[in-house]
Design a protein around this ligand. Structure first.
Ligand SMILES: [Zn+2]
Length: 594
């Protein structure tokens, strides 16, 4: 039965390029799941967008001396290019700076207010006398009062991952000019999360049995130790979403509160621009829908505790306020399979020190499937992993090229040459042929079970193991020699091998879609496995923004064993992957940190 699957991926800030740690942390695992569910025939919506409002963006604009609109658009357009080149197949990748997102966020704000979860309070906040302005979250840095880390932002510590109360920060300094800020009174709206704590705890306990221990453990642990404390949801900043209440001009909705609402607003925007304005409800109000949030470990608490609290607190009133229709509750997350971090050559990735492998730069030198393969087989699912250039090249050459690419290429080339460019007619299959077909076809269950549970490393390892089994089958049957004495026996072997390669192509497709798509063509199919990505400009009262969209194929690939027919015309094949020189590792290491 077809399911409604929402793939919600963390919204990157428009203040820095995307590196391999970001890709393996959220975008790639989300894309693999989306592609798998599309092959299964599920009703998939994969959304994200650029977080254009955060103080990281305004700080970057200040540093570059450019208008903030220009800075966010520049990074946003780079993200669109990267996602196209790496095949991160968003149904909609948009931005938070849209009229639609403003309206959705403001409706959520008003729904929470109506339900009694908001209150106002005047509290001291960091203020810069020389700049004559308040300094929200990232504008102030100092020492974390949990772990003593000296480079903590006032709202969150990147070292221990704790969310911080800004005024408690030790040794504060302004990020703008290094001066010491002072505390001054300012009035803000607060979300009373403490009232929603029992709901959030219940929500987490209900999902404890299937969530990653790293996610549920951290979230419940933090609630047990500190409880859910009220948090400000407005701030003194002029770039962002205006507070939708008279008398609050000049203050904006806090970015932590509105960016997560993007998962909902992007679904609504997608429905609208697709000409079916109510379709977003398939994922947001249909109780059988499954919503998956792909994020890094620094974002766990926001997605596993605070976002469910916002959704629960907004209740049926969100729809009543947003569209003046009869309200129903919004779906809470089904799973938050957050990843840990990927390091680089044993050190933490750092953009400012250029200790990073940048996505777009990487793709000017290497193929996207080589990237996707290594980032999946080495994904930081339960613990931090490490990008190691020697390992990248070794795994590319020994696994992707030797085990899978060469298998497909030599069988296809051999068939193309000896059977006049057609799938050979095998006659009756032998027991060994039937055995390997059954073994590989069982992969639709075994690889599929891992994918259902978001165990992507295990899923890819299993697909690779099946490819090794086919190599063993060919070592035993040796069609390259068989053909000299018994062409019919060789035809049985090659037919069998083509059929299991046709199945393996589908099992590998969510992970390495570019090569599976080519292989699909070589095997003589004229349809595509997946659809096309394209950029489309949208216009509203705030201006224009580019979006990345996905055009599904008319008859796409299916998560089903091959039904390859004898006599099907083949296309002259070419190698699927490139072998890499081991000496490249040293060259790449020399570029790091410069
Ligand atoms: Zn800390």
């Amino acid at each position: 039965m077809s399911e409604n699957i929402l793939i919600a991926i963390a919204w990157p800030y428009a203040n820095a390029e995307i590196h391999v740690g970001n890709i393996t942390g959220s975008h790639l695992p989300g894309d693999i799941e989306a592609r798998y569910h599309r092959l299964k025939g599920d009703n998939v919506l994969m959304v994200s967008g650029t977080d254009s409002h955060g103080t990281p963006v305004t700080l970057r604009a200040d540093a570059d001396g450019k208008p903030v609109e220009q800075v966010y658009q520049l990074f946003h357009n780079q993200f669109l290019e990267l996602f196209q080149k790496s095949g991160i197949s968003y149904d909609l990748y948009t931005s938070t700076h849209t009229e639609n997102h403003f309206k959705v966020s403001q409706s959520m704000f008003l729904a929470l207010r109506k339900n009694g979860y908001l209150y106002t309070e005047t509290r001291p906040q960091w203020y810069s006398p020389p700049a004559r302005r308040f300094l929200p979250d990232r504008y102030v840095e100092g020492t974390c009062y949990f772990c003593g880390f000296e480079g903590a932002r006032s709202d969150q510590c990147d070292n221990c991952g704790n969310v911080l109360e800004p005024e408690k920060l030790l040794n504060p300094r302004s990020k703008v000019d290094g001066s010491t800020p002072e505390l001054r009174d300012t009035k803000h709206f607060y979300l009373d999360l403490s009232k929603l704590e029992p709901d959030v705890e219940q929500f987490l306990c209900d999902r404890k049995h299937y969530w990653r221990e790293t996610v549920v453990g951290q979230s419940l642990g933090q609630i047990e130790s500190e409880g859910l404390q009220p948090r400000p949801i407005t701030r003194d900043l002029d770039w962002g979403i205006p507070v939708p209440i008279e008398g609050w001009e000049g203050k904006c909705i806090y970015v932590w509160f509105e960016a997560v609402i993007g998962y909902l607003s992007a679904a609504i925007e997608w429905a609208k621009i697709s000409g079916q304005p109510d379709a977003w409800r398939d994922w947001w109000t249909d109780l059988t829908a499954k919503t998956y949030y792909f994020i890094g470990k620094d974002n766990i608490f926001f997605h596993a505790a605070m976002w469910p609290a916002q959704l629960k607190g907004a209740g049926v009133e969100f729809i009543e306020i947003f569209s003046e229709e009869e309200g129903v509750p919004l779906n809470l997350p089904f799973d938050v399979p957050a990843n840990q971090f990927m390091n680089l050559e044993g050190q933490k990735i750092s953009g400012s020190r250029n200790w990073a492998v940048w996505g777009l730069d990487f793709l000017t030198h290497y193929d996207p499937d080589a990237l996707r393969y290594y980032l999946t087989i080495n994904m930081p699912e339960l613990r931090d992993s490490d990008w190691d250039w020697d390992e990248f090249i070794a795994r590319n050459n020994n696994e992707l090229v030797a085990t899978w690419g060469n298998l497909a290429n030599r069988v296809l080339s051999f068939a193309y040459k000896h059977w006049e460019g057609q799938v050979p007619e095998p006659g009756e299959l032998r027991q060994a042929d039937k055995n390997i077909i059954t073994l590989v076809e069982n992969g639709f269950r075994s690889v599929g079970e891992h994918l259902e549970a978001v165990r992507l490393r295990a899923a890819l390892t299993e697909a690779l193991r099946l490819a090794s089994e086919v190599n063993k089958y060919l070592d035993t049957t040796s069609p390259w020699f068989e053909i000299k004495s018994d062409k019919l026996a060789a035809a049985k072997t090659i037919y069998t091998a083509l059929r299991v390669i046709d199945s393996l192509k589908v099992l590998f497709a969510p992970f390495v879609p570019f090569s599976s798509e080519r292989l699909h063509t070589y095997l003589g199919y004229t349809e595509q496995l997946f659809g096309e990505q394209y950029v489309e400009e949208q216009a509203d009262s705030l201006g224009t923004h580019n979006t990345l969209r996905y055009w599904p194929p008319e008859h796409g690939g299916c998560w089903e064993p091959s039904g390859l027919r004898p006599g099907q015309p083949l296309v002259q094949p070419a190698p699927l992957f490139k072998k890499l020189e081991p000496s490249l590792a040293e060259e790449e290491r020399n570029r790091l940190g410069k």
